[in-house]
Design a protein around this ligand. Structure first.
Ligand code: NI
Length: 187
């Protein structure tokens, strides 16, 4: 049996990892495949989860903590102790729904900025979990959105790159002290 990762969903005064903010080049570098799911990776996963819970996030990708690894953690129900977090190593999206959905997103790397993003409503994703076991999931709604958002980080893409409303985008970024020139618009 591969070891379970048990992390308390509490806010630490000093989270183990530092989250990089937009404007930092590490967020724009594509991540590399993880070759081995071992104890050192599980230590990193534990620290990413502790950092995510401490910062009030529902997802965190390795590039956000300055590591170019194809690794992300997600918990869309961080208040619920019994809800197990999702760990994805080398995730690949196998299919997208034709149907799109518009909803608000935020990001620990762009604190204070919340804007609408249009994305496929449902996806099928293949990945390895924290034990190294290959898995496949069909998901929709908020979980599909969070997975796509976190997987964008693995390609150096930030959610603000996908915001269509440029007026709101400019306004929000300026309000929170971010540079509009750091957006690499895809829409
Ligand atoms: Ni993000």
């Amino acid at each position: 049996m591969a070891p379970q990762i048990l992390v308390e969903k509490t806010k630490l005064k000093t989270p183990p990892l530092e989250v990089h903010h937009m404007g930092d080049r590490v967020l724009r570098q594509p991540a590399k495949r993880v070759s081995k799911v071992d104890d050192s990776l599980r230590t990193l996963i534990r620290e990413m989860l502790q950092t995510m819970y401490s910062e009030d996030g529902i997802g965190l990708a390795a590039p956000q903590i300055g590591l170019n690894k194809q690794l992300l953690v997600i918990d869309i129900d961080p208040e619920e102790a019994s809800n197990k977090p999702l760990v994805m190593v080398n995730p690949v999206i196998k299919s997208f729904s034709k149907e799109l959905a518009l909803d608000q997103e935020g990001c620990l790397s762009i604190p204070g900025v919340f804007l609408d993003v249009k994305r496929p409503e449902a996806i099928e994703v293949a990945f390895k979990d924290e034990t190294g076991r290959p898995r496949k999931l069909k998901v929709n709604d908020i979980l599909a959105r969070v997975i796509q958002h976190e997987m964008d980080h693995l390609n150096g893409v930030l959610f603000v790159d996908r915001v269509a409303n440029k007026v709101a985008l400019t306004q929000e970024l300026k309000k929170q002290g971010f540079k509009v020139g750091d957006v690499k618009s895809l829409v």
